[in-house]
Design a protein around this ligand. Structure first.
Ligand code: ADP
Length: 261
């Protein structure tokens, strides 16, 4: 009996070892593929603004600099592309830190009404240029949640600036806060261009854009919503989107209310 059962056992062990190894290999292969794709995407995204800025600068050096009107125009275009590059590198660093899991969240009581007001102040001018109003709907002017203050600012900046970017002239961006038991329901709604249903669950992926040229023309890095998703998930919540083409979009998530002891 000794020999038999132990042989069986050994076979079992070898089998499960081989099995584990197989799935580990699959996982490693998957990771390598993922990394290659990411590198390819990043290189492509970096090349676009570099190539454009390079083109304007070289054309200036080749003589266009002597023409006063062209000089300003090309310098402005080169600067715009360099600003875009800067924003892209900033967002890439954020994403790579988050995906590596090396971010420490600092949860603290945060007045969400104040956060929204600050972001409204920051984006008001951009909104006003398109005739868009920014509105906060809340029955209180102080609601404390447990959140990482800086990162929650980032979530609102990304969602509200998207709402402005993807709206045509006029309309409103409305942030609604609703208290529910121990949670706060947060919705950022616009009446902009909307998102076609087949793109809805992909907009949180890195570099995924419904309309590439519109995103790029507005200085979009294609990383805003993936950063939002990471931050919201780090707050143990989930980001959801509802949208209708031509009617608008609405992004929502929850945060834990802060209960003073
Ligand atoms: P981007 O820098 O391109 O704005 P995001 O990750 O923030 O990148 O968004 C991804 C894509 O989702 C955008 O390119 C756009 O097509 C779509 N999108 C995001 N927010 C909205 C919105 N409020 N209304 C319509 N489309 C949106």
């Amino acid at each position: 009996t000794y020999g038999h059962s132990s042989l069986n056992q050994i076979q079992q062990e070898i089998y499960s070892y081989a099995h584990v190894k197989q799935s580990e290999i699959e996982e490693l292969k998957q990771m390598a593929k993922f990394r290659r794709q990411f590198l390819a995407d990043v290189s492509h995204e970096l090349k676009t603004p570099i190539f454009a800025a390079q083109g304007f600068v070289h054309t200036l050096l080749d003589g266009a600099i002597d023409d006063k009107s062209i000089r300003m125009k090309f310098l402005k275009k080169a600067a715009k592309n360099l600003d875009g590059l800067d924003a892209l590198v900033q967002d890439l660093l954020t994403v790579s830190h988050m995906e590596a899991g090396d971010i420490t969240m600092q949860f603290e009581p945060t007045n969400i009404c104040e956060v929204v007001d600050e972001i409204f102040d920051q984006l008001e001018e951009r909104a006003a240029k398109k005739g868009i109003g920014l509105k906060l709907v809340s029955d209180k002017d102080k609601i404390l949640v447990l959140a990482d203050n800086q990162r929650i600012h980032q979530v609102f900046i990304n969602l509200i600036s998207n709402a402005i970017k993807y709206s045509d002239e006029n309309g409103d961006v409305i942030v609604t806060l609703i208290q529910k038991k121990d949670k706060l329901d947060i919705t950022v709604k616009d009446n902009g261009i909307g998102i076609p249903p087949e793109h809805l669950n992909r907009v949180f992926e890195r570099f995924y854009r419904v309309d590439k040229s519109r995103s790029k023309a507005q200085g979009g890095t294609g990383l805003g919503l993936s950063i939002v998703k990471h931050i919201v998930e780090a707050h143990l919540s989930e980001i959801k989107v509802v949208s209708n083409v031509g009617e608008g979009s609405s992004f929502s998530f929850e945060l834990e209310l802060y209960q003073a002891e």
